[in-house]
Design a binder for this molecule. Sequence first.
Ligand code: PLP
Length: 298
Amino acid sequence: MAIKVYLSTAGRPLDPGEATISVFDRGFLYGDSVYETLRTIGGRFVEMGRHLDRLRRSADGIGLEIPFSDPEITAATRATCDATGNADSYVRIVVTRGIGELVLDPRHAGAPLLVVIAKEIHVPPPEVYARGLAVRIVDVRKISRRSLDPTLKTGNYLNSIQALRQATEGAAEDAIMLSIDGAVAEGATSNVFMVKEGRLLTPSLKTGLLSGITRAVVLELAAELGIPSAEATIMPDELRAADEVFLTSSVRGPIAVTTLDGAPVGDGGVGPITRRLSARYDAYLAGIAAGAGRSGAE
Ligand SMILES: Cc1ncc(COP(=O)(O)O)c(C=O)c1O
């Protein structure tokens, strides 16, 4: 499997073994970084423009000034993907606050570091999409918006790691986290949707969650299909009583949740609205691969 890593300090894609960074990098020391995960389809980036916008919003939110322009980041990402030779890539774009003295104060940081990792994309096999996931609503709550704004995609992912650990200690494959107030927030690395009586619902951003790019795309596709949708406060019992539940993320797209806290969701199969939206999402990706859709800045 080909993996290539671009480092702004090297200015070119490297083999993983050559791509080393300082132990004094604040991304390593404190998770003092922002990042994006996206994919390519047919060699084209999926929603690069929206990912770069979110990267900058995240950086603004932690007072990190990114000294690389969007075309520079896009060119580095393109070069890294091309260097892998993979037909399609999983892509991670990271900007850290760089190397500093061993003190917390970010004013002591040097120049930000851009890292791009491209590797072969692995999505779950078709049988997993066909059967859906077993998911647990975990005890680990989403960090309060007042502590660390969850709309910022920072390198500090221990909250999600703890949630995933708890879910996978048992039979579950993925975790859903509640907000501090007990409302359904999001998955460990995904957004949550539910269907009740033909209506699509997703937790509102006010709940405190990442404004997922796939979440936004799925809401747009639902509107195109005439499926009514709303952003709402969803309590765990409402989610458990849903007809359908699915998760969304840039890597997996929409993926059904058919078991929640050990009980079947609806009739326990992938529901009709999840199927329709998944098919529409596949067509949206095919459109990007064909050069017709929203690949974003190339
Ligand atoms: C916490 C969290 N929520 C939601 C998502 C889904 O966001 P997107 O659709 O932009 O990939 C992710 C993706 O990594 C995430 O980490």
